[in-house]
Design a protein around this ligand. Structure first.
Ligand SMILES: Cc1ncc(COP(=O)(O)O)c(C=O)c1O
Length: 395
């Protein structure tokens, strides 16, 4: 009898919530590349869902994990820990100065849920305002502020949330009332197509929150740690959120989430107001500390801005005159190629025929979130492959 393959086992046991893109089984990774069971390599322009910002198996992060795994992996939050303290200090050193406190969690959605809880506790109000096409995760709280109807269907009722048109400042002004606990938004929307928030919309968000006693929660889960060419996307805008949510790049590939908050919010917190068994483990903190050192010491934040602009220009050049391309946009190494057709066949052919992994963002957008360590040669390879895969589509 034929042996059951890894793909078949995953499909049988883990199937149900994920549509797979092909039968390949990834077994290892290094830098911008991942390798399948047959030794075939793929250029990962999606950074494993935007997480491998330092590339796969970054040497500094790997070494820190290995060393900490052999020293101490767990330490509950009621005891102090050297790595947790060092990581917390390193993190607040790179965060906007008005956010000196952090709660450590394990994922993006968990960070959002914690932020929503803090907003309710601080304001003693219950309702939220979020944006059309915003994505914040799949737990009940995070799902409430997420817009996409197909993700929400079957799970309602969720937390009371009004979704206003992204970038419609007048609609936002109308929606925020004295019942609003917080406005939740991304500065650059990731999952729904790399949509960049306008200065007017973002400033209005801050202003109406301040005027009406609501908090502004900015989701930097995808945009944080240099993805857009600054440490955090808010730095492009001048806005100062009350809470900022982080994950993806935070642990350098290790699962980690966090949310940072102001001194005023810190004042309403009491022991037990929130908690997490795994959040802030020494193992995660060792990884996070090594990751922050790498972003800083390897000059990756500035590099992301420069390489991102180059990559967008190269894509524009390679795809010039291609009727199926509607738009090419982005900020730093967060890039969208919007098509006039479905993106799924492009993603499949890119991976299976051209050895390049990219991401969708909605039905027609090809999204690129390459590791910040990507080289110019790898960008070149990726751009050529993308141009070929799009040009091969039937017109
Ligand atoms: C902007 C944003 N917020 C929240 C999340 C949810 O993070 P997680 O999948 O770690 O729960 C994501 C994940 O893609 C995201 O891109």
């Amino acid at each position: 009898m034929a042996q059951t393959t890894h793909a078949q086992i995953e499909e049988r046991v883990l199937g149900g919530t994920t549509a797979r893109r092909g039968d390949i089984v990834i077994v290892s990774g290094e830098g911008c590349w991942v390798y399948d069971e047959d030794g075939k390599k793929y250029l990962d322009l999606g950074s494993a869902q935007g997480v491998a910002m330092l590339g796969h198996c970054h040497a500094g992060v790997t070494e820190a994990i290995q060393e900490q795994a052999a020293t101490l992996t767990l330490c509950p939050s009621y005891l102090y820990n050297d790595k947790r303290a060092e990581f917390a200090k390193a993190l607040v050193d790179v965060l906007p100065k008005h956010l000196p406190h952090v709660f450590l969690a394990n994922s993006g959605a968990e960070a959002i849920d914690g932020a929503l809880k803090f907003a309710r506790l601080f304001t003693r109000r219950s309702a939220f305002v979020a944006t059309t096409r915003g994505f914040h995760g799949r737990t009940m709280g995070a799902l409430s502020v997420t817009w996409e109807p197909k993700y929400r269907e079957g799970f309602e009722p969720l937390l009371a949330t009004a979704h206003v048109q992204f970038n419609d400042a007048a609609a936002l002004d109308k929606a925020v009332t004295d019942k609003t606990a917080a406005v939740v938004l991304e500065v650059v929307q990731g999952e729904s197509g790399v949509n960049i928030g306008t200065p007017d919309f973002l400033k209005t968000a801050q202003q109406v929150c301040r005027e009406r006693g609501a908090l502004l929660i900015v989701d930097e889960i995808q945009t944080g740690f240099g993805r857009t060419g600054k440490w955090f996307a808010v730095e492009h805008t001048g806005i100062e959120p009350d809470i900022m949510c982080l994950a993806k790049g935070l642990g350098g590939g290790f699962p980690m989430g966090a949310f940072a908050y102001t001194k005023t919010i810190r004042e309403v917190l009491t022991p037990g107001a929130h908690g997490s068994t795994f959040g802030g483990s020494p193992l995660a903190c060792a990884a996070g500390l090594a990751a922050i050192q790498a972003y800083r010491d390897e000059g990756l934040i500035k590099r992301s801005g420069i390489l991102g602009a180059n990559m967008r220009n190269q894509l524009r050049g390679a795809l010039e005159g291609v009727a199926l391309v509607r738009d090419i946009r982005g900020l730093g190494l967060m890039i969208a190629v919007e098509l006039r057709t479905k993106v799924a066949p492009v993603l499949k052919s890119l991976m299976l025929s051209h050895g390049v992994i990219a991401l969708p963002a909605g039905p027609t957008v090809l999204r690129l979130l390459p590791p910040l360590v990507i080289t110019e040669k790898e960008i070149d390879l990726g751009v050529q492959a993308i141009a070929k895969a799009i040009k091969e589509l039937p017109a």
